[in-house]
Write a protein that binds this ligand. Structure first.
Ligand code: UD1
Length: 428
């Protein structure tokens, strides 16, 4: 079992380069099989969720050629099956995007009910509502979602809740439908816009991605493209908060500062200085952090995927803070671990009430999910003494070379391989 050993106390100083957005790439890969022509996707992060998605399309016959670690060529012409029943694929939530792309391209799809981080109930009723509105029949059968359509016809779809996944899935299914589709109350996240941009570069006709209404004119065929994934907003935000909690000074390169506005604004609220450049942000934390109130909201609100990271900052901030989690009900599982490090946090329903302490203390903690895992590493970097962080398999789902990047900024962090049958640790 792998584990991080972290000796806290070093302020993080220097520059870090951000990779492509995992959540965008997870939508772009299924989009690539909407055409028979080759699609080249660059700036893919080398993280386990992406590798599972590439395996998933290879599993149904797509040709997947790695050009280099961050660039792949996908040829959808060789897809020979429209069913994915592999348990391995089920592990990533975004496997359900294959429902949208296979349904769109072949008018039938079968995918195992998705897994992913256990951060809430995560129903898929809005995805199903969208597919049905386009004329598909959707059945849930023994853990499989089956969608089939004689023909897909554009329609007017109003989402009852703002869902990133449902917006992406309906986009994937509707670009090759007949006629016009209008999506109202869609998600406006940067990765929804990125998907629409790639699809448009393949010949789709999508307008309004990133606004309150998305309009799609169906086309009969898409063509190949070469596309570069946008930078990862959440990876960037995580390093911005790493600077904040360690009293550091970090320049985060290769970002789109506009995508980081809600994060930048909260960092300023809690007393950090943030300088914005064309493709970089610099976070300077030269005094004790201050308390604030945070509510997670769909984009452009404060992202739920940054909630645990700001939770660590507020655990160290002077005064009492609150965090209200509005998207996923199970996103406070990291709180119990932070309390073991000396944080003073009470959770009441969907709100955490946090009384800041001067310092956290190193402890043995376990990542309950992807973003909480990253946040616990930040906590360990800020703490007095040594921490052991377990659950690296979650962190690897979304962060490429996390410990290496932190080390380059001055962190004392090592990845070790623990032999579960002995206490010996081997450093890797
Ligand atoms: C995506 C992101 C995830 C992020 C989340 C919110 C990917 C691969 N994952 O997850 O990192 O935390 O957006 O920004 O991009 N809901 C329904 N019915 C549905 C679908 C969703 O009620 O059919 C609810 C969910 O339970 C949740 C809310 O809508 O409360 C938002 O979920 P959604 O935006 O769909 O999240 P994901 O796409 O799963």
């Amino acid at each position: 079992m792998e584990q991080y050993i972290v000796r806290g106390g070093n302020p993080l100083i220097g520059e870090v380069d951000i990779y492509g957005a995992k959540n965008a790439a997870l939508a772009l890969i299924p989009a690539a099989i909407l055409t028979d022509e080759p699609v080249i996707i660059d700036n893919l992060p080398d993280v386990s969720d992406i590798n599972v998605m590439l395996d998933a399309i290879a599993h149904i016959g797509a040709t997947v050629q790695r050009i280099n670690r961050h660039k792949v060529k996908i040829i959808g012409a060789t897809v020979s099956s429209h069913a994915i029943d592999d348990d391995y694929i089920r592990k990533i939530r975004a496997s359900y995007y294959l429902l949208g792309s296979l349904l769109g391209r072949y008018r039938e799809a079968e995918v195992a009910m998705p897994g992913g981080c256990v951060i809430g109930a995560r129903p898929i009723d809005q995805h199903i509502k969208g597919f049905e509105a386009l004329g598909a029949k959707v059945d849930l059968d023994g853990g499989q979602v089956k969608a089939k359509a004689q023909e897909l016809i554009g329609n007017h779809i109003y989402f009852d809740v703002v869902s990133v996944g449902a917006t992406i899935n309906v986009l994937l299914a509707a670009v090759l439908a007949e006629g016009n589709t209008i999506i109202e109350n869609p998600a406006k996240e940067p990765h929804v816009v990125d998907l629409a941009s790639m699809l448009n570069s393949m010949g789709a006709r999508i307008r309004g991605a990133g606004t309150d209404v998305i309009r799609i004119k169906g086309v009969s065929k898409l063509h190949g493209t070469e596309y570069t994934v946008i930078p990862d907003q959440i990876e960037a935000g995580t390093f911005m908060f790493a600077a904040a909690v360690t009293g550091g000074d970090v320049t985060v390169n290769n970002v789109i500062p506009k995508h980081l506005e809600s994060i930048t604004s909260k960092l300023k609220d809690i007393g950090c200085r943030v300088e914005e450049y064309d493709e970089a942000v610099r976070v300077i934390a030269d005094k004790r952090l201050k308390s604030t109130r945070v509510k997670t909201m769909p984009y452009p609100g404060f992202p739920t995927d940054m909630q645990p990271q700001i939770g660590v900052a507020l655990a160290l901030a002077e005064g009492t803070s609150t965090i209200t989690e509005n998207i996923f009900e199970n996103r406070f599982k990291y709180v119990a671990e932070l309390v073991r490090m000396g944080a003073k946090i009470k959770v009441e329903s969907n709100t955490a009430i946090i009384t800041g302490v001067e310092k956290l203390k190193g402890a043995k903690v376990s990542a309950p999910d992807l973003r909480a895992g990253a946040a616990l590493v930040l906590a360990a970097l800020s703490a007095d003494g040594v921490s052991q962080v377990d659950g690296l398999q979650y962190i690897k789902r979304g962060y490429e070379n996390f410990s290496g990047k932190l080390r380059k900024l001055g962190a004392d962090i090592k990845k070790v391989n623990i032999d579960e049958n002995s206490s010996a640790a081997r450093i890797v």
